[in-house]
Design a protein around this ligand. Structure first.
Ligand code: IMP
Length: 441
């Protein structure tokens, strides 16, 4: 049974939630491997809309086992709120949700440090979600982080908390002139959370290994995306986790040798939230049109997303870094009313055209997009079931993207609900999950 990674190829918000939702009926387990509640996965099932932040979207399917892996950082208060909302809407978590003992906790001082650091950075601020994700990963790398397993051991938890609170209070007071915390206040809250979460906390790498041994199929649900990855993204305007496909192994404890393929998710145009370089960013009315039609507002923060044309340089880079076997193209319908659609095929930098994504901040900040134009199709695509039935100009657009990226497309999404999805011929997806097409008819 195949174990497949689903990864964002741009700056996030590509529609990974919908793709995971379409594939979940064909797997037994969905596991989140990176990030925290900075993510917002929107899934529409029938008339119901769900926004998930920490829990894999597989939870919406009866019987699917969902794992929050060790690469994820968890705000326990926010997670419990998310769990309660799902339970209130009739979704069963017991026996379906498993949380890694090794996942690190987001503590109350992390969002405080996140916000204080952003305020101090001035014009070089990153535009974080303010959820404390960066400071939590700083503690993890600095070996002073507190993990889910520690939450279950009151003595150890208190000891680690005391060291951290003393250190963070100094930082908050002396560097940032911000509000400080007391050990008892945090302890009270977190021990209550421990009581709630204890039944779900377990050795998830062991569980995943046993499940794979017994023939279960696992989907690795990426959060954020390639261009926000700590190593491969547009540093420093990135998130703090390994969002690319490599993170699926370290973030879950499933070895790379047991992962069989990587599916990239790409939006038919590009968006980005927060600061940082964005070569194909649109300005004015064009951006407004895409933002309104695509409802491009952050699922976590509500911030308007920056909108731009499709960037094939970014996609080729994502294909290389993640080893993409196939790509799901999303939100094609958002472009239905555009008179003309642009594709960025290269960057002009200091008089030269380059087609490999430049990793240096200084080079990228000077990159001018080189565009190819395709005329618009002016016809709705949402009802289309086969690639061959797409309007000719839309097909031309999709085929050109595929050619520029050099990776076959497997799905084309033309709306928010599950059945607004075209399954492409001859893609690895149909080898992995032969019944995907039938399940969408
Ligand atoms: P942080 O992850 O909150 O530290 O934010 C760092 C950068 O990643 C900011 O530019 C955020 O807007 C961006 N970011 C984090 N999570 C997401 C996401 O789920 N979608 C899109 N951008 C994100």
């Amino acid at each position: 049974m195949p174990n497949i990674v689903v990864v964002g190829t741009q700056w996030g918000d590509e529609g990974k939630g919908k793709v995971v939702d379409v594939l979940t009926p064909h797997v037994n387990v969905v596991v989140r491997y990176a990030g925290g509640n900075n993510a917002g996965h929107t899934v529409v099932v029938g008339k119901e809309k769900y926004v998930l932040h920490s829990i894999p979207s597989g939870i919406l399917h009866h019987g699917c086992r969902c794992v929050i892996g060790c690469g994820v950082v968890i705000d326990p208060g926010a997670l419990i709120e998310e769990m309660e909302t799902l339970v209130q809407r009739g979704i069963s978590l017991d026996g379906n949700l498993f949380i890694s003992k090794n996942a690190h906790l987001i503590m109350p001082y992390h969002p405080a440090l996140d916000r204080a650091s952003e305020a101090k950075l001035g014009s070089r601020r990153i535009g974080t979600t303010g959820k404390g994700v960066g400071p939590a990963y700083m503690d993890k790398a600095g070996r002073v982080g507190i993990r889910m397993a520690d939450l279950l051991d009151e003595r150890l938890f208190r000891e680690k908390l005391e060291i951290n609170v003393a250190q963070k209070n100094r930082l908050l007071r002396e560097i940032y002139d911000a509000q400080t915390f007391t050990v008892d206040e945090i302890l009270n809250h977190y021990l209550r959370y421990a009581g709630w979460l204890a039944p779900y906390i377990t050795d998830t790498p062991l569980l995943l290994s046993r499940w794979i041994d017994s023939g279960y199929s696992v989907l690795f649900e990426g959060a954020q995306a390639t261009m926000l990855d700590i190593d491969h993204g547009t540093y420093p305007y990135i998130t703090s986790s390994s969002a690319t496909a490599g993170g699926a192994a370290t973030g879950t404890g499933v070895p790379p040798t047991r992962i069989h393929g990587v599916l990239g998710v790409a939006k038919a145009y590009t968006t980005r939230v927060g600061a940082g370089p964005f070569p194909t960013e649109m300005k004015g009315e064009a951006a407004e049109h895409i933002r309104a039609r695509g409802n491009e507002y952050g699922a976590t923060t509500g911030r308007p997303r920056r909108c731009g044309w499709f960037d094939a340089v970014v996609l080729r880079y994502a294909a290389r870094i993640n080893g993409l076997d196939t790509v799901a193209l999303t939100k094609l319908d958002v472009l239905d009313q555009c008179e003309m659609v642009k594709i960025c095929t290269g960057y002009r930098v200091r008089g030269e055209v380059i087609t490999d994504f430049p990793v240096e901040e200084s080079v990228l900040s000077e990159a001018e997009p080189v565009y190819e134009e395709v005329s618009g199709w002016g016809t709705p695509t949402s009802h289309v079931k086969n690639e061959s039935d797409l309007p000719a100009k839309a097909r031309q657009y999709v085929e050109r993207l595929e050619e520029l990226i050099g990776v076959p497309f497997c799905l084309i999404s033309t709306g928010a609900v599950r059945d607004e999805t075209i399954v492409c011929e001859d893609s690895p997806l149909l080898r992995w999950f032969p019944s995907v097409r039938a399940s969408l008819l």
